[in-house]
Design a binder for this molecule. Structure first.
Ligand code: HT7
Ligand code: ZN
Length: 867
């Protein structure tokens, strides 16, 4: 397969000013007719359009059929020669949505036709310049049988609709905003709609419509409420107003990702839009809120201002993730949101950066762009924007985003364009900062300090380094903002440092040290005692920080740091030490750690949601990164041992917390209730681990009688920790009987079983794939079962007999033939084989087996880079 390089970017040779589409949906084929207003931009007269799986029926120029000598069609291109002035190019193609299992282009999901065009799916619909820097004004007419497809939708505003003969009807849509083809959308099916309204800041009425299957009509309220909050928030925080008369969301069952921000017509995976207290967990409610907001925010960061080319993907995704994270922080517990995001980054993005598929936030090359919708582009990209926002400060950052939206409205631009506005408005030199976009890898900061009691001088030396990665083996120093505080016996110390601007010392217990060279020393004066440094507060940069803390210092941070995030960070660090000591066969005393946690548990002022996070041990994935060189099963066992010791030590206090919990009269997915439920369920889980005598009865009662899905599912998960397998079998059966009609709940049930660490999981999962609740064509089900097994079930996936690896490889090989995007994402755990020592050989062999097969471009790129 061909490698595409950023350095080869060329602007398009033609503009397509207008795009007029007609979709004729018949009983066994869809005919797509397109009329494109094509305008040459330079001297090139060969128009090369992209297409895939199209049956070309006709091509004409200004109404005259194009003769064969002037035109060449290959599997993926249609070249029309001699276009030297503006013209109308018309094509007519037949496409087959029924046979399209890739979920890209126009496809059928259950009873509805829908599209997914990002990144390069539009070419599966019609011949086009399918690239993000070709912006066009679209008018779309859709025609279909009225009883099969009473709803016909596309982007923009509906300008006409009506009945035709033979029971057919049509609708015509016009989107006045020029957009790239990846934002095109069409939906046709038998759907029902929940309607609402939003009045924008300038008083315009926007109709909100959420389209779902009739059975899901009662699950739309939360998405609509979230959308309205997001619309208001974007007006207030970024001055962005919605720009069409109608905002539509459609829920689709078969979808490769979470959702898609098509202009005025978002298409959502049902898992990211439907929510109901009986069937959705607190985490599910929060995910719906976050994804709805994310797609809405794209209307400006992505749609009005879009990407010049796919190497700039993080321009829209990093910025939009940053925006949705700030929104979620404002709507919920800000510290918990930050902890969750950092956990994801450190567990998954750091692993990506350390693995064979490491790439820069603005990659230099790719084979298949679909492989680059990664944690690096999204989450690390968001961290870059967060660093910028923090460095500029809220007012300057807002001025800069205002200018960015104003200057580039209606254009396709680059990450450098974004940075240049930040530079221009702030007057800062961001040339070193720009390296965050071009260099892959997670920087490490080694911190050394020295205190002189006599002179009261404290010196802190920061030294940065970064391991080589495939595209950027030699790193230049990054520009890293390191937020710090110094803790004394009685609390935060005032900071005096001549190297910092006076405004940075306004709050003089918390400052940002900007590390721009390989090594810098910062000198603090008037420091009355040897401090404990609180480093990289609120995770001010996506880096590893190393400092030789002793346990009392970490306990001090856990108990008293005024940066809540760093209290959690200290707890994680302590846990890592205990796990490492367990692995070395020299377990540490738990007393200091559990003492500090008990104090936290007794502190009524501490947010219960943060407390719950303090009780979670680091994820396996982060431990594998931090405690390199240990066998994964030994590591898993050590983690479990430490968790058990922690649970036993805290049991009386946790039991009290459990008993103090009373379910609210009415379930609400709001911050206070969510916090109480999360502490209650983590306390219950630890009590079960600690051998609580009533655990089995309590769990079974919860599974049968819980009044909300958060508590019910938490209890179901706990049942797998019980020594008596009959209890968990009964709980799983009960749960399935209760929810077998709710697809999204069945997916949770599949995921619980896929995470079951006990004996014969693999056989049971294989059997589950043959049952009616499972379909290989539905990515949510595949991810719930196979993704959870390979990504979260460490003991079973890494079985000594290698069968876990082989099963994943078999599944991926099979899926690649129907859905390459899903296959190439699912294979990720095998690509990390280098982290697994001796077991890595079996993982690599499984990958090698795949490499020997005829693979899609998607899977080829991942497998071959990993090998
Ligand atoms: N911008 C959307 C990306 C997306 C996507 C990409 C590849 C294949 C399928 C896809 N579905 C959605 C989602 C987002 O970031 O908002
Ligand atoms: Zn996005």
């Amino acid at each position: 397969p061909k490698v595409i390089y950023l350095k080869d970017y060329q602007p398009p040779a033609f503009a397509i000013e207008q795009t007029q589409l007609n979709f004729d949906i018949g009983p066994d084929s869809v005919i797509v007719s397109s009329r494109l207003r094509v305008v040459p931009c330079g001297s090139d007269t060969d128009l090369v359009l992209q297409g895939e799986n199209l049956t070309t029926l006709a091509v004409s120029l200004d109404g005259v059929p194009v003769d064969a000598a002037r035109m060449t069609e290959t599997e993926s291109t249609l070249t029309v020669r001699g276009i030297d002035s503006a013209c109308w190019l018309e094509t007519r193609v037949a496409i087959d949505p029924w046979g399209n299992s890739s979920l890209e282009g126009l496809y059928k999901s259950r009873t509805m036709f829908c599209t997914q065009c990002e990144a390069e799916g539009f070419r599966k619909i019609t011949w086009f310049l399918d690239r993000p820097d070709v912006l066009s004004v679209y008018t779309t007419r859709v025609e279909a049988d009225k009883s099969d497809c009473p709803i016909l939708l596309s982007n923009g505003n509906c300008i006409n609709r009506g009945d035709l003969s033979d029971g057919r009807h049509f609708a015509e849509w016009h989107d006045p905003h020029p957009k790239p083809s990846y934002l095109f959308a069409l939906v046709a099916g038998d759907l029902e709609c929940v309607t609402d309204e939003f009045v924008t800041v300038s008083g315009r009425r926007v109709v909100i419509e959420v389209y779902v299957e009739p059975k899901d009509l009662d699950k739309c309220a939360h998405a609509i409420a979230s959308l309205k909050r997001a619309m208001r928030w974007d007006e207030e925080k970024y001055g962005r107003e919605y720009d069409l008369d109608c905002y539509m969301i459609v829920a689709v069952d078969d979808f490769n990702m979470g959702a898609m921000e098509n202009k005025g017509l978002n298409i959502f995976n049902t898992s990211c839009v439907l929510a109901h207290p009986a069937t959705t967990t607190d985490a599910g409610f929060q995910r719906v809120e976050a994804v709805v907001a994310h797609e809405y925010f794209h209307n400006w960061s992505g749609n009005r201002v879009t990407c010049r080319d796919w190497f700039q993907l993080s321009l829209k995704e990093g910025f939009t993730v940053y925006r949705d994270a700030c929104f979620s922080a404002d709507m919920n517990s800000a510290t918990v949101k930050r902890i969750e995001d950092v956990n994801l980054l450190r567990s998954a993005q750091f692993a990506e950066d350390a693995g064979p598929l490491a790439h820069a936030v603005r990659p230099a090359s790719f084979i298949e762009i679909s492989n680059f919708y990664t944690l690096t582009i999204y989450e690390k990209g968001a961290e870059i924007v967060r660093m910028l926002a923090n460095m500029l400060g809220p007012e300057t950052f807002r001025q800069a985003t205002d200018r960015y939206f104003e200057r580039f409205d209606g254009q396709a631009v680059t990450c450098d364009d974004f940075l240049s506005v930040m530079e221009e408005v702030s007057g800062r030199d961001l040339s070193r900062f720009a390296r965050w976009y071009s260099q892959a890898g997670t920087p490490v900061i080694d911190v050394q300090d020295e205190y002189n009691a006599e002179s009261q001088i404290y010196r802190m030396t920061l030294r940065q380094s970064c391991r080589p990665t495939p595209e950027t083996p030699d790193k230049q120093p990054f520009h890293i903002p390191v937020r710090i505080g110094l803790l004394g016996e009685a609390g935060a110390l005032a900071l005096y440092c001549d190297q910092l601007a006076t405004q940075e010392l306004a709050d003089n217990t918390d400052v940002v040290l900007e590390l721009t060279d390989t090594e810098q020393t910062f000198v603090f004066t008037r420091v009355p005692e040897r401090p404990v440094p609180s480093l990289c507060r609120n995770f001010s940069a996506p880096v590893h920080v190393r400092y030789p803390y002793d346990e009392p210092a970490l306990v001090q941070l856990l108990a008293r740091d005024d940066d809540l995030f760093n209290r959690w960070q200290a707890s994680q660090e302590i846990a890592i030490r205990h796990i490492a000591a367990e692995l070395d066969g020299n377990p540490l005393s738990m007393d200091r750690w559990t003492g500090a946690l008990e104090q936290c548990l007794a502190d009524a002022a501490l947010d219960s949601a943060v407390m719950a996070e303090l009780l979670h041990l680091p994820t396996m994935s982060y431990l594998i990164d931090r405690l390199e060189g240990h066998d994964v099963l030994a590591l898993h066992a050590a983690r479990k041992t430490v968790e058990e010791k922690l649970a036993i030590a805290l049991k009386p206090r946790l039991h009290k917390a459990l008993q103090a919990y009373h379910p609210p009269a009415q379930y609400q997915p709001e911050a206070g209730q969510i916090a109480r439920r999360s502490l209650r369920n983590v306390a219950a889980r630890l009590c079960v681990i600690a051998g609580w005598e009533q655990a089995a009865d309590w769990i079974e009662a919860q599974v049968r009688a819980a009044t909300n899905m958060t508590d019910q599912l938490a209890a179901l998960r706990m049942s797998l920790l019980l020594p008596d397998a009959d209890v968990s079998a009964r709980c799983l059966d009960y749960f399935f009987q209760q929810w077998s009609h709710e697809a999204l709940v069945v997916n949770q049930w599949l995921a619980v079983q896929a995470a079951d660490e006990r004996g014969d999981t693999l056989v049971r999962l294989q059997r589950l794939t043959e049952t009616a609740g499972f379909q290989w064509g539905n990515p949510n089900k595949v991810r719930a079962l196979v993704g959870t097994f390979a990504g979260q079930n460490y003991p079973q996936f890494h079985r000594n007999d290698g069968q876990g690896y082989q099963w994943l490889a078999d599944v991926v090989g099979k899926l690649d033939q129907s859905n390459p995007q899903l296959a190439s994402r699912l294979v990720t755990p095998l690509t990390r084989w280098k982290q697994y020592g001796a077991r890595g050989t079996a993982m690599r062999n499984a990958l090698q087996g795949l490499a020997g097969q005829d693979l899609s471009r998607d899977l080829y790129e991942v497998v071959h880079k990993a090998l």
